[in-house]
Design a protein around this ligand. Structure first.
Ligand SMILES: *[C@@H]1O[C@H](CO)[C@@H](O)[C@H](O)[C@H]1NC(C)=O
Ligand SMILES: *[C@@H]1O[C@H](CO)[C@@H](O)[C@H](O)[C@H]1NC(C)=O
Ligand SMILES: *[C@@H]1O[C@H](CO)[C@@H](O)[C@H](O)[C@H]1NC(C)=O
Ligand SMILES: *[C@@H]1O[C@H](CO)[C@@H](O)[C@H](O)[C@H]1NC(C)=O
Length: 342
């Protein structure tokens, strides 16, 4: 066989580059389906036995790696963060592996994520630890970030001359958290957070990362729902948040969503549904807006009311949180630790 001419390999390269740069907004998320709601939806929403259940969901494993070794989350605090806000987020992440919280617990929620395996049958890690943290207090890349400049922020964090974050492509999760005065491309339209991996051409390594923004100033009714209600849906009433910070309490469920998806689909070639790898539907996308039994459509499902009047659905160490459910591929429906039939 003759040596192939140079041109075909260039032709192969071009679509690859096109794929990585033009289709980068792969994973988008907002807390409920974008639909017009009415009261009937709320009344009849609770009648379903299994939340989000469907024979039509074809979640498949596409043979790529998942995070099976102890997971380390490296928070990058971009912009101005209060100590109390950092504490809520750190305690949520630490709660994922905690054995101390009483059920229904965040650790119980993570058990559904642990059900996913790779080709060798190894499960997603039971442990999620907090690693080194990085502060980017003075907005190194400005107050308006694009999907590509997000990668530059991560590059700065791993190449910083003072205490850079470790390079951990196998089990690191680089979690960029932007404060309420920072805009990120598409934030609020239909995106509250996303995950992807960094490009070697920008960062020098392929590192799985996620971004989650504090929506308190820009769009709490979109990204911190149900702790704030969107003005255009008058039937929806906001509920009291469990840790007294609407923006941060709203971020918790988005952080959970992204860590669950990132662990099961870190390079976007492992667990997802849908025909199109450019728009994968992942394990948390399938349960968007579902927090309890009966959830679906526009109804959140059954949640708890604390003695302080706050709404939550699971316990962490020292605190309560409201976290969306994730898809359980063994039973083919969304599950969570507060399910009434468990
Ligand atoms: C979602 O709803 C918002 C608010 O009504 C609207 O501005 C936006 O265009 C909608 N997006 C889609 C994809 O329908
Ligand atoms: C409200 O929703 C129900 C069920 O989704 C539907 O049958 C009904 O026509 C809707 N009502 C209005 C006023 O849109
Ligand atoms: C993983 O984390 C657990 C719990 O912290 C620890 O006991 C174990 O030694 C860790 N394993 C490795 C390989 O670091
Ligand atoms: C590992 O995954 C398998 C297959 O989904 C599941 O049956 C098993 O319970 C999981 N193990 C743990 C410790 O979660």
């Amino acid at each position: 066989m003759p040596t192939p001419p140079l041109i075909p390999s260039v032709l192969i390269l071009v679509p690859l580059l096109f794929f990585s740069f033009c289709t980068e907004p792969v994973i988008a998320w907002r807390p409920w389906p974008n639909q017009t709601l009415n009261k009937t939806d709320f009344i009849f929403g609770g009648s379903k036995k299994y939340e989000g259940s469907s024979e039509f969901v074809q979640l498949k494993y596409h043979m790529g790696p998942v995070l099976t070794a102890n997971i380390t989350v490296y928070p990058i605090w971009y912009g101005s963060w209060q100590k109390s806000q950092k504490r809520i987020i750190r305690e949520f992440i630490s709660s994922i592996s905690s054995v101390d919280a009483k059920p229904p617990s965040v650790a119980g929620w993570w058990k559904t994520v642990q059900q996913y395996t790779d080709q060798t049958g190894a499960n997603i890690s039971r442990y999620v630890h907090i690693g080194t943290e990085k502060n980017d207090r003075f907005f190194s890349h400005g107050k308006s970030l694009t999907r590509l400049s997000v990668q530059s922020v991560i590059k700065s964090a791993v190449t910083s001359s003072t205490r850079p974050l470790p390079i951990n492509p196998k089990s690191g999760v680089y979690l960029l958290l932007t404060s309420e005065d920072v805009y990120v491309q598409n934030f609020c339209n239909n995106v509250c957070g996303f995950h992807y991996f960094t490009f070697p051409s920008i960062v020098g390594y392929t590192l799985p990362y996620a971004w989650v923004g504090n929506s308190a100033k820009l769009c709490p009714g979109v990204c911190a729902y149900p702790f704030a209600a969107p003005a255009y849906i008058p039937q929806l009433k906001a509920v009291k948040s469990p840790n007294g910070d609407i923006g941060v309490d709203g971020m918790i469920s988005v952080i959970a969503h992204e860590i669950a998806e990132l662990s099961t689909n870190p390079l976007v070639n492992a667990w997802y549904a849908g025909q199109d790898p450019v728009f994968p539907v992942e394990i948390a996308d399938l349960c968007e807006g579902i927090y309890g039994t009966g959830g679906g459509g526009s109804y959140t499902g059954q949640m708890f009311n604390g003695e302080d009047g706050a709404t939550y659905n699971m316990n962490g160490i020292r605190r309560r949180f409201l976290v969306q459910w994730v898809w359980n591929h063994l039973v083919n429906y969304c599950t969570g630790p507060n399910a009434l039939d468990q």
